[in-house]
Design a protein around this ligand. Sequence first.
Ligand SMILES: [Fe+2]
Length: 317
Amino acid sequence: MTQTIFNNWKAEHSHLWGQIPVIQQHTLHQSSLFTDDALAELIENYPRADYSLVIPGRQDQDHHHKWREGDIGDASGAEVLKAIKEGFLWINLRNLPLNDPRYKQLTDRLFEEMQANVPGLKIKKSEMTLLVTSPGAQTYYHCDVPGQSLWHIRGRKKVYLYPALAPFLPEELLERVILQESEEEIPFEHWFDDHAQVLDLEPGTMVHWPQFAPHRVENHDSLCVSISTEYWTSEIERAYKVRYANGLLRRKFKIAPKSVDTTGATYLSKAILQSIWRRSGLAKKHIWSRKIEFELDPADPHNMLDITPFTLSPGNG
Ligand SMILES: [Fe+2]
């Protein structure tokens, strides 16, 4: 019998899923898909539009603007991994199920088990991203819109999870993230940590948190390999639509929304409003575009070669 991905599921987790952070044991760290050789091969052949190579923030730096994005250039997959292990970088590989059938199979299994374990969970759309990050790297305080889980596979990292409510995440700010007026990164106060749930993730541990819950991540002193998964359900879509409509009401119609209800007549009128707005052409179209400023030096993992910056966007990615 094939080994399951979740290997210590308890009945209580089915009730807690999506309500509070749920920590689970998993078996992905035993998979041959995440060895150095497998990762090197994957990175080497990955489509340009679907990876980001970034010099991230250090743990003593507060600001995202220090980030720089680069290109793997002529480096082999093994050289990219060496640069991440010995240097200060991260790479993420998006759309894994689309780009590699082995990860598609893994994603299908993972979400099948998740739905079997959580009665009523009906996933309409999902995604998996691989994250390979240097010792000491961090991901700044931010929130994600779909249902998110982080599956830790190699190394050790610390995850800080905060409640999905004000003052950690005021509704107005969430609306801005949903309307794509703001990046997912949001303002952070150091005292938020006094109220965070802090988890040390070891290989074989995953955590799933409530929708929109802000979080940040700090790597310990080791290369880290994780995957993040996200999914959309009808409930998650409704929570998205009501914030979208509330954001429109607040900004375009100068009406302060009073509710985030996802059922009833008020919700229905909000769902219609956001649908009309999004189809009308009035909605600001968010077209991604990223400035690429450096290239890896295959001869020296600590050296980044400055290049003439170019912009990566859907047309040329
Ligand atoms: Fe996130």
